[in-house]
Design a binder for this molecule. Structure first.
Ligand SMILES: Cc1cc2nc3c(=O)[nH]c(=O)nc-3n(C[C@H](O)[C@H](O)[C@H](O)COP(=O)(O)OP(=O)(O)OC[C@H]3O[C@@H](n4cnc5c(N)ncnc54)[C@H](O)[C@@H]3O)c2cc1C
Length: 423
């Protein structure tokens, strides 16, 4: 068995060590190697400069496009045939691409460091446009998005509330001649430039609009916990004129489109939790093997070994559940995936947040003072510990998703038997 990456326990998913898995083949192995090489060449030495500048240069984003990263990040778990001629990192073919490529790509990008944060808008914002946008709209903006010239984001959350998507207050009123929507409101989101925004009260009042940067839009960067590279932005719309052709899909169907987008959005948050946890356990193990206290290394203390055992069983259980859900999503239609797995992916994301918090907490303790130090051997753990809230809240807050998971499960039982109460 030939291994790839770190040989320390739990530092890599088990399939990296050459152990058998039903999910991964040579193309996944090729991809993980290509992405790891790419991040080592293009990310590793630059993170401090980018963080100091508060931005990853646009030229890097465009390089991501040229090197075949943006296309798969925009599509997620499958790439349509019409993009067969486009280059994908690792030389993977569009028809080969599946949810496990998507997960391996994210896993290695997150491992590479800060770069993953610049793809949030692309990964969350492009799928609704691809799935529901008219061919005219797609033709107008997709080439620019895939070449890295233009950026996109999905703006749902408003200062007045995020979890309660039914009660968004941003409005989109049609002009008397029926040619434009006039948009007014405020959003707090990740990413900027080209925007998709929802507007209108109630479930059937919600629509998706593609809003280019234009007169009446003001943006202000927000400083957030995971760091400034995520480009979290406050946006206000004052009488912004949007051509009616920029409506994505059918007017009033935006709520359904947003809900259908959540399975993948929540999965990639899980990917971040998994790799973040593995990085933390790797650094803590490296430290525990050499740090001496009271005459022994830390790893020789049963209490410290107990911490690793606690973390490992959680990480590996999360990995196995995640792979099962990726497999199911790959083998279900998009509609069935949403119907059957919406609640499950919500709970998976909750689990990911809990695992990340546990791992961050235990690793900080193992590192001692280094776990609070932003440079040196504890730096990645310190940064992960600060960022766990960004796994717990975005993409649906933990408390809300736990409840959603149970309601969705009961809904399926009700549909199957007609007996359980609707809650
Ligand atoms: C780094 C970052 C990036 C983000 N990126 C985006 C983005 O790209 N696009 C976007 O639209 N948004 C984005 N968000 C916003 C994020 O999705 C919201 O913050 C999140 O959905 C929670 O909404 P809220 O902040 O309005 O909290 P609220 O809805 O006000 O909820 C706050 C708390 O109230 C409790 N609560 C509320 N409702 C319930 C309920 N029904 N049951 C139980 N408890 C409840 C929960 O404890 C919850 O945590 C981002 C946020 C951050 C920090």
């Amino acid at each position: 068995m030939s291994g790839f990456g770190s040989a320390l326990p739990w530092a890599e998913p088990s399939w990296y060590s050459g152990r058998p898995s039903p999910y991964y083949n040579d193309s996944h192995r090729r991809l993980r190697e290509a992405v790891r090489r790419w991040t080592e060449e293009n990310v590793s030495g630059n993170i401090e400069d980018w963080e100091a500048a508060g931005k990853i240069p646009d030229s890097v984003y465009q390089k991501c496009a040229r090197d075949g990263l943006l296309l798969p990040l925009a599509f997620g778990s499958s790439i349509p045939k019409e993009f067969a001629a486009c280059a994908i990192i690792g030389g993977i073919k569009a028809e080969q691409w599946d949810g496990f490529h998507d997960s391996a790509l994210w896993d290695e990008l997150v491992r590479g460091g800060a770069i993953a944060s610049i793809f949030i808008g692309l990964t969350v914002g492009t799928p609704p446009l691809i799935r529901y946008g008219s061919s005219h709209l797609r033709g107008q903006v997709l080439p620019g998005i895939l070449s890295g010239e233009k950026k996109i984001c999905l703006a749902i959350t408003e200062p007045s509330g995020g979890s309660d998507v039914r009660n968004l207050t941003t409005t989109a009123e049609k002009t008397a001649d029926g040619k434009y929507y006039i948009v007014n409101g405020e959003k707090k989101i990740s990413g900027n430039r080209k925007l998709i925004v929802t507007g209108g009260p109630g479930v059937t009042g919600i629509s998706l609009l593609l809003i280019p940067r234009s007169e009446g839009i003001r943006t202000r960067p927000l400083s957030v916990t995971p760091g400034n590279l995520s480009a979290t932005t406050y946006i206000s719309f004052e009488d912004v004129r949007v051509p009616v052709e920029n409506l994505v899909g059918i007017e009033g169907s935006g709520f359904k489109y947003i809900m259908n987008n959540f399975n993948h959005e929540r999965l990639w948050i899980v990917f971040q939790a998994l790799r973040g946890s593995r990085i933390a356990i790797q650094d803590a193990m490296t430290w525990a093997l050499k740090r001496e206290a009271f005459g022994t290394t830390l790893i020789e203390q049963p209490v410290v070994r107990h911490k690793f055992g606690l973390m490992a069983k959680e990480i590996e259980a999360l990995q196995a559940w995640t792979e099962q859900i990726i497999f199911e999503l790959d083998n279900l239609s998009h509609d069935d995936g949403n119907r059957l797995l919406g609640g499950v992916t919500a709970l998976l994301k909750v689990k990911a947040g809990m695992v990340a918090k546990l791992v961050a907490d235990e690793c900080v303790k193992i590192m001692g003072g280094l776990g609070l130090t932003k440079t040196g051997q504890g730096a990645r753990i310190e940064s992960f510990a600060r960022a766990t809230a960004s796994i717990v809240i975005p993409g649906g807050a933990e408390d809300v998703l736990i409840d959603l998971g149970v309601r969705e499960a009961l809904k399926l039982t009700h549909m199957a038997t007609g007996r359980q109460p609707k809650v």
